[in-house]
Design a protein. Sequence first.
Lengths: 392, 384
Amino acid sequence: MFKAFLIKYAEIGIKGKNRHIFEEALCRRMRHALAEVEGTFSVTREMGRIYVLTDGAFDYDGAVEALRRVFGIAGICPVVIAEDTGFEDLAKAVVDYVKEVYGGQEKTFKVCARRAKKTYPMSSMELNSELGGRILDACPNMKVDVHDPDVYLNVEIRQSIYLYSETIPGPGGMPVGTNGQAMLLLSGGIDSPVAGYMIAKRGVKIDAVYFHAPPYTSERAKQKVVDLARQVARYSGPIRLHVVNFTEIQLYIYEKCPHDELTIIMRRYMMKLAEMFARQDGCLGLITGESIGQVASQTMHSLAVTNEVCTMPVFRPLIGFDKQEIVDISEKIGTYETSVLPYEDCCTIFVAKHPVTKPNLNIIRRSETHLAEKIDGMMETAFATAELIEIS
Amino acid sequence: MEIYLDNSATTRAYPEVAQLVTKLMLEDYGNPSALHQKGVDAEQYLRQARETMAKILKAQEKEIFFTSGGTESNNWALVGTALAMQRMGKHIITTQIEHPAVQAPVTFLEELGFSVTRLGVDKEGMVDPEELEQAVTPETILVSVMFVNNEIGTVEPVAELGERIKRKNPSTVFHVDAIQAFGKLPICPKKMNIDLLSVSGHKFHGPKGIGMLYVREKTKIRPLILGGGQQNGMRSGTDNVPGAAGMALAAKMVCDHLEEYREHMYRIRERLTAGLEQMDDVVLHGRKGEQGAPQIVNASFLGVRSEVLLHTLESEGIYVSAGSACSSHKRAGSPTLTAIGASKAERESSVRFSFCETTTEEDIDRTLETLRRVIPMLRKFTRK
């Protein structure tokens, strides 16, 4: 029945002269999302609106699902297209539409006709009242309410006539690629994929870095991260995933530094490495899944000590979230089940039974001086030997 | 060169087996139930496979049933017997060291109202025949004991167990999970008083997805897979001709050289255990000599997490098994190691090496060499 979708967009409407940049990015992202859906789709901008037109049979549910993952879309309106073959045919199409969509439900409605084709013989006001009358005659359960109706029945007169009334909510946010690029520190846990999702939602293109510690972390742990990146990429679009071999650095810290400081020092070097990849990829910031107080390395003190090595802004979209709130989002975006697979990640293997929770920056820096001999070379090696996996 | 020491997980199929399977998929691909010539041809292969398996077990052809593998065989043996015998009693005896494919159906039966005795084992994994005999009552319909333990290789005294069970209660059905024993040790169900015996094809160079249940004549058992009535109505489903023929060929190839291969694997095992015994803080599990299976060595390298050692050996081209995977959050231990009273430190550091007849002494020497090199390094880095 539905042959097209009218796309309502979120905050793009308030952009001024840059608006076309946002609209074009949105169209690009929509085309990308629809590419994997069965059917032929064309995404067009006309008269300040974005339409998805279809040609022939297509997977309706698949198309809606795909569009619901495109950031920037506030709502998706399934559209029925009728040929302009005179008012009688139009009236019949409108009545059929109401019967099909609302069946026997009791609803109040209002017809909102708009003429893009001004040559149409009736005015918008005439169309509203005439079509409203036909609906009342045909559907005894529908009542008119012009002030606060349940249903706005939109009738747009173009080359063809577009009918729509329902709006399926979209994800909101802004089209990916309109707000620069940032590097996500992706672990195998619940939080970091959600953090990536949230920043991508604001229009940021995401790249990612994962710290692999063979033989302490297995190939399956790495595969799990690749799978998580794929799930985030369904929303964010392609991700360049850098897999860094972190074992040597980790063991070196283990040997040279106090054990209760291991995690915090390790995280400082992870941040530094992430920044090296960020700079290489043209990113302007780092993204982490940290949330205040969740674990020892995420207390306010630890965050401050970790952050101190960074020169780029570090975005922590989950900073004020409780664990359950993060879990809820991860279930919604489909990363939860993968995240809870029981493979060890490199943060947990050597973790001290009682790690420092209030690290002192001066003490940490002094401990790091024990690494002076080899750490720069090791960092260079880790950076140079990282594996790049293109996730699309 | 890779050194594959995980043959108790699965084996590489013999090339002859793979060729036969291919032929039966591409050329003689008929359905044995079909009336035309293609069906008749396929049926010949099936009949021959059944004959081979029967001959190896010194059994009758009508006592051989093909299944989808060891897990199905065990499930059928336990649930099928319990359902058929429930009016005669509701008591089942098994051990604490059975494979999950026995444990889970037993628990299922327990939920259905059967009462279950799970016998403990000594520190080498042996069931006490006296204790088993004591546990058998007039109510006992089924006893299930594995032939060879899959984790530590203990060989249970099944012949003695069978004799004692039958002496105490002749109508008790005796099931033996022989999945790790077939092709390694001589098995004669009839002599050993075994009524039901499970076998899995891929453990002895056959294909995956095929197994066998020996059902001694006149044993009361209900079919679980119902349908077109294949295999005398006892196990419906289109016959897996390539699987059955492939398994039978592999079984024949292995059993024709059983003695020779067994001696070879014992030598391999001795070489490995001798080397391990010289290393510090290594604990060997299971039994020595012929009371242990020829193909399995289980050792704990104290202070080294099994998974880490596994991946380290993997990076050197050596493939072993780490029992049940564990993470820092959930340390599931192996039930067998728990049952033999292994400490937490031993359970967390246990690795299984399992051989086949193509494992060489050089493989073992290289493995020992590698272990001697990596263990001290891995011990240096442990969680404090």
